[in-house]
Design a protein around this ligand. Structure first.
Ligand SMILES: [Zn+2]
Length: 347
């Protein structure tokens, strides 16, 4: 299996996130990707390939161009005025701020743009963020091209992750929505249906929002129930899409401590829905923060369970683009991703 990789992720190396008002060491660290790389590179069945560059147009096909422009210039502008290394928004443009007054005007500076384009405080901007986020998109698109070229599957070792980034706002450690950019590009260039299967612990709110009213991209997510789990405001079972997209979103919220056997049954049920949708291509948002020892999550999957999950997805028989999302037990993240990919690839 081809693994698409870039060193450029290392430029996004924040020190902190703001958690309930306190600055703590961030969980989304470069060592996450390095650990996965070290694990896969030791297995000769995985072939590492460099990303190709696709430019900004695939990003702007999914995200507001103002979000992309903000991320390109904001750090430099903020650093010139304050000299600090990492930045978080201070005032977030909550919808209630302008209730009944129409939309806010587009911001004209990084300071006013921060809370307009970013919705929370866990996702710092540092000097290398934009370059790393752009490279992460290129990693995903390169993996997609490998599969569109005839490979049964490919793995994009994306970092930063993407599934919490919505069309007009970023957050949740994510800047550009790698999976959504890939799914849109595959659907638009082939004229076929695509499914995004999101198995990260956290609901893929950004991917859901981007495709909520579309009937050509199905979004299927298994995740911690938002009654207790980030991002709290999306991912309930009654969110099923709207308009032409009604019925193309499937949410499977899970209780705390969900074990392998229950998870695998729910995943197999979700795969039955994917089969009936009729997609040509599957995009998997692979988070392994469903692991029993993950420091920020509360499901109970094991390494052997990940291997069986990969095998369940393999049974779909679809060309499959796997993209890395979350996973924060850095000691275990490499072998868990390895196990999942092994289950997908093993004949
Ligand atoms: Zn996650």
């Amino acid at each position: 299996m081809d693994v698409v990789w870039t060193d450029l992720h290392r430029g996004h190396a924040p020190q902190h996130e703001i958690n309930m008002g306190q600055a703590i060491p961030t969980y989304e660290r470069p060592s996450r990707a390095e650990t996965i790389r070290d694990e896969l590179i030791a297995d000769s069945r995985f072939r590492f390939v460099d990303r190709r560059e696709f430019g900004r147009e695939p990003i702007r096909a999914v995200h507001h161009p103002g979000l992309e422009s903000f991320l390109e210039t904001a750090w430099t502008e903020l650093n010139a005025s304050s000299g600090r290394d990492e930045y978080f928004p201070e005032v977030v443009m909550h919808t209630g701020l302008r209730d009944g007054m129409g939309p806010a005007r587009l911001p004209e500076s990084a300071v006013t743009g921060f809370g307009y384009w970013c919705y929370e405080t866990a996702t710092p901007l540092v000097e290398g963020t934009y370059v790393a986020a752009r490279a992460s998109v290129d990693v995903a698109l390169t993996a997609a091209d490998i599969v569109l070229g005839g490979a049964p599957h490919a793995y994009g070792l994306c970092r930063p992750p993407g599934h919490h980034a919505a069309s007009d706002v970023y957050g949740g450690f994510c800047f550009f929505n790698n999976a959504a950019i890939v799914a849109h590009r595959v659907a638009a260039t082939t004229g076929t249906k695509v499914t995004v299967l999101d198995v990260d612990y956290h609901h893929g709110n950004g991917t859901q929002q981007i495709f909520y009213d579309r009937d050509d991209v199905q979004f299927v997510s298994l995740h911690g129930d938002p009654v207790r789990a980030y991002p709290w405001y999306t991912g309930h079972a009654d969110e099923i899409g709207s308009g032409r997209g009604r019925g193309t979103t499937l949410n499977v919220p899970l209780p705390a401590e969900t074990p392998d056997e229950v998870y695998e049954r729910r995943l197999a049920d979700a795969c039955a829905s994917i089969s009936s949708f009729g997609s040509s291509t599957l995009v998997v948002s692979l988070g392994v923060d469903t692991y029993w020892n993950d420091p920020i999550s509360d499901l109970a999957l094991t390494t052997d369970g990940y291997r069986r999950c990969g095998a369940i997805v393999r049974e779909l028989g679809l060309p499959t683009i796997v993209l890395q999302e979350g996973g924060y037990d850095i000691e275990a993240i490499g072998r868990n991703v390895h196990a999942w990919l092994d289950g997908l690839a093993r004949p």
